[in-house]
Design a protein around this ligand. Structure first.
Ligand SMILES: [Zn+2]
Length: 145
């Protein structure tokens, strides 16, 4: 099948600018959607903002921009990651332990998901939390929430 006639599943991924994140989320999404739609090409627009879901206005504004250009978007993945620099001061000031930090990220992606779902009711929105294996990066998706 040629690229021109191949059906496409289009995704917007919101993730952090952290260089340690590599392509883990992209690969995870491709794998997940490819198993559901083996004949489709999976196209991912990656929106990288500091802290991913941290700045809700920023993330939703840029997502709206993408949605304005790409009319065929069906999926949106919101991916926060643990040990995120953008959240470091909040984690410190609230004295969060590892579990507390994880819970905070769950709440953050849930909050943005609600906002996005209201804005784009037609989208399938999936929340992810990525855990870095070590400081050199190579993240892994541990939670699909
Ligand atoms: Zn980050």
């Amino acid at each position: 099948m040629s690229q021109d006639t191949q059906q496409v599943k289009t995704v917007v991924l919101v993730k952090c600018v952290d260089w340690r994140l590599h392509e883990t989320a992209e690969e995870y999404i491709k794998q997940q959607l490819q198993s559901q739609y083996p004949d489709h090409l999976i196209k991912i627009y990656v929106l990288r903002v500091a802290g991913a879901c941290k700045d809700l206005d920023d993330a939703s504004k840029h997502a709206s921009d993408i949605m304005g250009i790409a009319h065929d978007v069906e999926y949106m993945y919101l991916c926060n990651h643990l040990n995120c620099g953008a959240y470091a001061s909040r984690v410190a000031s609230e004295g969060l332990d590892a579990q507390g930090e994880e819970e905070m990220h769950r709440n953050e992606v849930a909050r943005l998901k609600d906002i996005m779902q209201e804005k784009f009711p037609e989208l399938n929105i999936i929340s992810l939390i990525e855990r870095l294996v070590n400081d050199a990066g190579a993240g892994m998706i541990e939670l699909d929430i």
